[in-house]
Design a protein around this ligand. Structure first.
Ligand code: AMP
Ligand code: MG
Length: 447
């Protein structure tokens, strides 16, 4: 293993720097989408409250609106009126009285608390706070504007829209929202052995499972997948496939980045004028991962270089190149993902996802690790110096004060899709750990 490869943290910080540079300098295209189809999109302009929220003091209980000081005396209070949800604010509440009220209804002026139905003794047309109960000012009322004031920024650009954001936008009258247009992510699978999903593989051939997997991953991070025809393992096919891929906002290449005789992706990228940020990371699976950028209009640059007789590459591994950062927003980032499906998925989530998220305008941090407790010790297959990401199954433990329990899934290497499909996360084994004991608190990356 080449010792000058970056380790996981170093490679992750190179990617994070590039993601930041992209986010700072990008001029994202925006579009309006119907609120009902906004899920997954990244919000492009702030959402503002069209009114105070709630727009009136709202009762959170069925019960009686009254004055806390009067109710606390446990005296009988005549019921002066009644309001249910949907009725306009009523009142004012006369002195020493109560007002019947339902959940969601406006509290009448003059009342400063709502006593729950279950906490009063009612007789004829009066109520009395039960002797065992107390009530305080403000109980069971959400004051007008407590959540937000008219004109407040209630959602910031850069947020990925989900059900909660859709509900908030709806409550403020947004039937459509401005979102960033999805970045186009070229997916180029390479390999002479690959056949399409609907073909029956001949001897020695396999179906292309990375293309649909990567397309699904890209969509998850709000990219628009552009799945290109699979390229054969030869320079001419790769050159023309990459020229097409270079029309996208980012390129994901699967396969062809190991050290084998038919691993021709790096030289093909170099012919496009690529700048390499790293060509390998001390991780397993996924060690041959390549990250870099090609200049915009790379095709013509390649022609220029041919004319000038140069096809140089500047390999930069393990440190952050300031010139590359400065041009990050104009260049087209690419990842050469190792072709083994689990390596492709892991390296996508660890490294490509943060760049894709930045291109999509997302200000959320990726990857997102969470803590869990290891249910069974891991294998003792020591891989010194490599951070390992093992397919694992996390069962989210519902009992109080317990961390989710995680166990590795038995697998036959990074091509074992059966094992991968039974997992829901990667367990992280730090580079200095040969194995982890049962009961350890560990980091996992959900997929
Ligand atoms: P490579 O990175 O090209 O050396 O490929 C490593 C392993 O991944 C080989 O066993 C390939 O057959 C397999 N592989 C490469 N590309 C794909 C793909 N698109 N779908 C499924 N398996 C693949
Ligand atoms: Mg290959």
């Amino acid at each position: 293993m080449s010792s000058d490869l970056p380790n996981y943290e170093q490679a992750a910080s190179i990617v994070a720097e590039h993601a930041r540079a992209i986010l700072e300098k990008r001029v994202g295209q925006v579009e309006m989408v119907e609120l009902t189809s906004a899920s997954g999109h990244i919000l492009a302009s702030p959402l503002r409250a069209d009114d105070d929220q709630p727009p009136f003091p709202r009762s959170t209980r069925d019960g009686y609106a009254c004055r806390a000081a009067e109710a606390s005396a446990h005296i009988q209070l005549p019921i002066a009126g009644s309001t249910h949800a949907g009725q306009p604010p009523a009142g004012p509440l006369p002195p020493t009285s109560a007002w019947e009220i339902m959940t969601g209804a406006p509290v009448p002026a003059g009342a400063d608390c709502v006593v729950m139905l279950e906490h009063v003794e009612r007789s004829d047309n009066t109520i009395q706070l039960a002797p065992s109960r107390t009530i305080a000012l403000g109980d069971n009322i959400v004051a007008q504007g407590a959540q937000s004031r008219r004109g407040d920024e209630i959602l910031r650009p850069g947020l990925q829209i989900g059900p909660a954001q859709i509900a908030l936008a709806a409550s403020c009258g947004y039937s459509s929202v401005e979102v960033f247009s999805r970045p186009r992510i070229a997916i180029l699978t390479t390999g002479d052995e690959l056949v399409p999903i609907d073909a029956t593989p001949g001897p020695g051939r396999i179906r292309n499972s990375n293309a649909p997997m990567l397309a699904a991953l890209v969509a998850k991070f709000d990219g628009e997948p552009l799945v290109l025809p699979t390229s054969a393992d030869n320079s001419e096919a790769l050159d023309s496939a990459l020229a097409r891929a270079a029309e996208a906002d980012m390129i994901l290449i699967s396969g062809g980045v190991s050290a084998g005789k038919y691993d021709l992706v790096e030289p093909a990228l170099a012919r496009l004028g690529a700048q390499f940020h790293f060509t390998g990371v001390k991780i397993q699976p996924g060690k041959p991962l390549v990250f870099g950028q090609i200049p915009p209009g790379a095709e013509s640059l390649e022609e220029d270089k041919k004319r000038q007789g140069t096809t140089s590459v500047v390999p930069i591994s393990g440190h952050i190149d300031q010139r590359a950062l400065a041009s990050a927003s104009e260049s087209i980032p690419f990842f050469g993902l190792p072709g083994n499906p689990i390596s492709s998925a892991a390296t996508f989530l660890l490294f490509a996802a943060p760049i894709l998220a930045a291109l999509a305008g997302s200000r959320e941090a990726y990857p997102r690790f969470v803590l869990a407790q290891l249910a069974r010790e891991t294998d003792r297959k020591s891989k010194p110096g490599l951070t390992r990401f093992l397919p694992a199954l996390c069962t989210f433990n519902p009992s109080v004060n317990a961390l989710p329990q995680v166990t590795t899934v038995p697998w036959h290497g990074s091509g074992d899709l059966t094992a991968f499909a039974q997992s829901n996360c990667f367990l992280v084994i730090p580079e200095d750990a040969a194995h982890l004991d049962a009961g350890s608190i560990v980091r996992i990356l959900l997929h």
